[in-house]
Design a protein around this ligand. Sequence first.
Ligand SMILES: CC(C)(COP(=O)(O)OP(=O)(O)OC[C@H]1O[C@@H](n2cnc3c(N)ncnc32)[C@H](O)[C@@H]1OP(=O)(O)O)[C@@H](O)C(=O)NCCC(=O)NCCS
Length: 178
Amino acid sequence: MTKKKLARNSEVIMTEMVLPNDTNTLHNLMGGKLMHWMDIVAAIAAQKHSNRIVVTASADSISFKHPISLGNVVTLKAQVTRAFNSSMEVFIEVWAEDIPANKKILTHRAFFTFVAVDQNGRPIEVPEILPETPEEIELYEGALRRRQLRLVLAKRMDPKDAVELKSIFEQEAKGDKA
Ligand SMILES: CC(C)(COP(=O)(O)OP(=O)(O)OC[C@H]1O[C@@H](n2cnc3c(N)ncnc32)[C@H](O)[C@@H]1OP(=O)(O)O)[C@@H](O)C(=O)NCCC(=O)NCCS
């Protein structure tokens, strides 16, 4: 295994402006356009960590709570939370800013998974992640549970092997009895 790399070194910040072509008939940003930007910013973060070609393996559920209006400035921040063998989980946060009104809100948080591949598209090993800040450590620790959940849902893992995931429900059940 190659030596560990700092989580913060994978950070990518991307800024876009919502233009007429990006919007729906209500003049709000199209969901698909936002997901496209999220995919790009997250792929760059995964590339920075692995120094490899990466492909999107999955995107966890994304909900659209706040519409983002025409003319808003959208800032997307992505960072790798944890690397496994060939896959990396990337955390993405999105802010929408109305600069003339001086308003900025966090609109989305999502996790995407990328796999580093060789020239033939075969998965290849990536360096481990070294988290430093309390937030990076929390994201790193939660990544194993989220990985097990997405692999179970993708039918790539037998639920009985999802030990970390099961432990959450066991803790909840103990809490209910206490
Ligand atoms: C992602 C891909 C490389 C996995 O290849 P594979 O032959 O299934 O390889 P493996 O079973 O060895 O899995 C490789 C890694 O992918 C991860 N993975 C596969 N499917 C996944 C999913 N749905 N969600 C999260 N991780 C996934 C595995 O957990 C494994 O991670 P690890 O090496 O860190 O343990 C392959 O499915 C692929 O090329 N998919 C198309 C990617 C693409 O075109 N993306 C653009 C979106 S349209």
